[in-house]
Design a protein around this ligand. Structure first.
Ligand code: G6P
Length: 617
């Protein structure tokens, strides 16, 4: 979703800003823009364009010398990639937005909920709006309070703005000051030598500095070339720790892969090794999760678990539900964070809440976490991004250690989430009903998973040739039972996200209650049917599909007769414990979606309309 990069220092700001925006491209956006305080002109110079950052760069380089060429040579500036909320993706709606006199420029991530009220006041005072955005309101509103001190004006303006924001603000009259503010939307401060950065996440600044301050809600930071100070909205000074993070310069490199998504699919064995490293107690048949150490006594007494998440993380949570119920015997509910936050959920004294989020920034998941804490619950987070807002807001938690995930469609994070949930289920199970022997069997199986994923990845070419037969289809149905029901849901989501083919996931037996009406030769059915206790039931579903002329793509293990004779294609994957099969079964579905999307000529890493990190509700 929207990305912010801002710079103040002694180097040319423009290349730093454009480069930072490229690092944030993965978040998803539809237009981009930059404002620099021109060194010679002393004016805020702004260039914006629709589409990719490449388009913004060509626009800038295509601007002729003389009057038409803006003075973008300054050493302070702000920039933005916009994911449209209020108003279409147009140049006028792209950020930065300027005050009416052009002297204050603002970039914003989030939504100002009372923008209509504020806009009405401003219009009654004669302000003319040039965009449909809520952000333009902020620029005019700050300008309204400006009396020679930008920091004070931002503080004053924020008092009456409701909603979520990450902001970066510059002012023509104060070339040595950059202001940042956050409430709800992520914003970090990068602290360099004589230079500082504001950004939506660390990937935009990590090549310049590894010293990071994670701003908290209601922080307003005033940055000069000599340092920074943070105050809260009550104007009280607040201290925030400056953390030294690891520089991962490989973050945004595809290596030999044509797309980040394919790279990340193939990184899964490594991601799972990193995710389980040091966490499997093979001699005790147990898991050790340092982030839960402080909660061990509490974990013993819980009698109900709620897992809340969005998107792919929600499907991982569904697998988690089955795992925890089966291994630990604790009732689990999984709920969309967007529902949980407004539903007034019942949370008992012994209810434990997990939030699952790759980015750790998803607005609905964060709000669900806050709602649960408000009701007195302990909330543990399962996040990939270290230091993310959700990870910091939780009472404890477990990181995935899956490495940066850039492709908008989540792949390696999904499987790492399933594995972390399996570790949690094992730990809870060993506190309760799992025997030593069962624990040993599970730890061994978890240890062997990365190797089995490696084997599964060898099917990529075979899956590419299957994709060749189906990539022009308009609809797909995905079916699975028990552990494979969430896998079917996730498989359908992957296809939708990147191929734009309509796809539905269903519990296999539910097919007869509706979707069966859709089945014909033009609607391929992907059926996830490893040999397990429910295999014979899936055979019946396959027969029903075949009887209606449907085409079946089957994900199977070992001996899958008698299903073989019904299937048009069989993708044979290795086997492990039924409870861990989702990890292996999801891999061919990721590859199928990927190859189909590539054959359709789609931008796999940045699919239309989607964002990697959804920081608005
Ligand atoms: C967006 C992303 C999905 C992701 C979902 C939840 O929709 O495109 O890939 O599953 O948000 O994100 P989270 O970071 O909370 O897992």
């Amino acid at each position: 979703m929207c990305g912010i990069v801002a710079y103040i220092g002694d180097k040319p700001a423009l290349p730093i800003l454009l480069n930072g925006l490229k690092r944030l491209e993965y978040r998803g956006y539809d237009s981009a823009g930059v404002s620099v305080l021109g060194a010679a002109s002393g004016r805020i110079e702004t260039v914006k364009s629709v589409g990719k950052i490449r388009a913004l760069e060509s626009k800038i380089s295509g601007m002729g010398d003389g009057g038409a060429k803006p003075d973008l040579d300054g050493v302070i500036g702000i920039s933005h990639t916009r994911w449209a909320t209020h108003g279409e993706p147009t140049v006028a709606n792209a950020h930065p937005h300027l005050s009416a006199d052009g002297r204050i420029a603002v970039v914003h991530n989030g939504i100002i909920e009372n923008y209509a009220t504020v806009k009405k006041i401003l219009e009654s005072e004669g302000v003319k709006f040039v965009s449909d955005t809520d952000t333009e309101v902020i620029a005019h509103w700050i300008s309204r309070f400006y009396e020679g001190n930008l920091g004070e004006a931002v503080q004053e303006a924020l008092k009456s703005l409701e909603g979520a924001f990450g902001l970066a603000v510059v002012c023509e009259a104060e070339p040595d000051v950059l202001i940042g503010a956050r409430r709800g939307s992520p914003l970090i401060l990068g602290v360099g030598e004589g230079e500082s950065f504001l950004a939506s996440d660390v990937s935009a600044v990590v090549e310049h500095t590894q010293k990071i301050v994670y701003l908290e809600d209601d922080d307003v930071v005033e940055i000069t070339r000599g340092g920074f100070s943070i105050r809260n909205v009550l104007r009280q000074p607040v201290r925030r720790e400056t953390l030294e993070i690891e520089a991962d310069l490989e973050i945004a490199k595809k290596g030999n892969f044509p797309h980040f998504m394919l790279k990340e699919i193939f990184e899964q064995p490594e991601a799972l090794r990193n995710c389980t490293r040091g966490r499997l107690l093979l001699d005790e048949g147990n898991a050790k999760l340092a982030g839960l150490d402080n909660s061990m006594r509490e974990l013993r007494s819980i009698d109900r678990v709620i897992i809340t998440a969005c998107g792919t993380s929600y499907y991982a949570a569904m697998v988690g539900e089955y795992l925890i119920e089966e291994w630990a015997g604790i009732p689990v509910e999984v709920e969309y964070a967007s529902e949980f936050r407004y539903r007034n959920p019942i949370i008992g004294a012994n209810t434990l809440i997990f939030t699952v989020s790759q980015s750790g920034e998803t607005a609905d998941t964060l709000a669900a976490l806050k709602e649960a804490k408000r009701k007195g619950a302990t909330v543990l987070s399962i996040c990939n991004v270290v230091g993310s807002t959700i990870a910091r807001a939780a009472d404890g938690g477990v990181y995935l250690h899956a490495g940066a995930e850039i492709g908008v469609a989540s792949t390696k994070a999904f499987n790492a989430q399933v594995v972390v949930l399996a570790l949690v289920a094992l730990l809870l199970g060993r506190q309760r009903r799992l025997s030593f022997e069962q624990g040993i069997e599970i730890t061994r199986a978890l240890g062997a998973l990365p190797g089995l994923v490696e084997e599964t990845l060898k099917l990529s070419d075979e899956i590419l040739s299957i994709a060749g037969d189906y990539y022009t289809c308009a609809n797909f149905l995905y079916l699975g039972r028990h552990y494979h029901y969430p896998v079917a849901m996730e498989g359908a989501l992957k296809l939708k996200e990147i191929s734009y083919i309509h796809a539905e996931g269903y519990p296999a037996a539910e097919m007869k209650h509706g979707p069966i009406a859709l089945i014909d030769a033009n609607m391929p059915v992907v059926i996830v049917a490893p040999k397990d206790a429910l295999f014979d039931k899936v055979v019946s579903n396959a027969m029903e599909i075949k009887a209606r002329g449907g085409r079946l793509i089957m994900v199977a293990t070992g001996d899958s007769a008698p299903l073989d004779k019904f299937a048009s294609h069989i993708i044979r994957i290795p086997a492990t414990l039924p409870a861990l099969m989702p990890v292996l079964a999801s891999v061919p579905l990721q590859l199928l979606a990927y190859h189909i999307a590539v054959l359709r000529g789609n931008d796999v890493d940045m699919p239309r309309n989607l964002a990697k990190s959804v920081t608005v509700e």
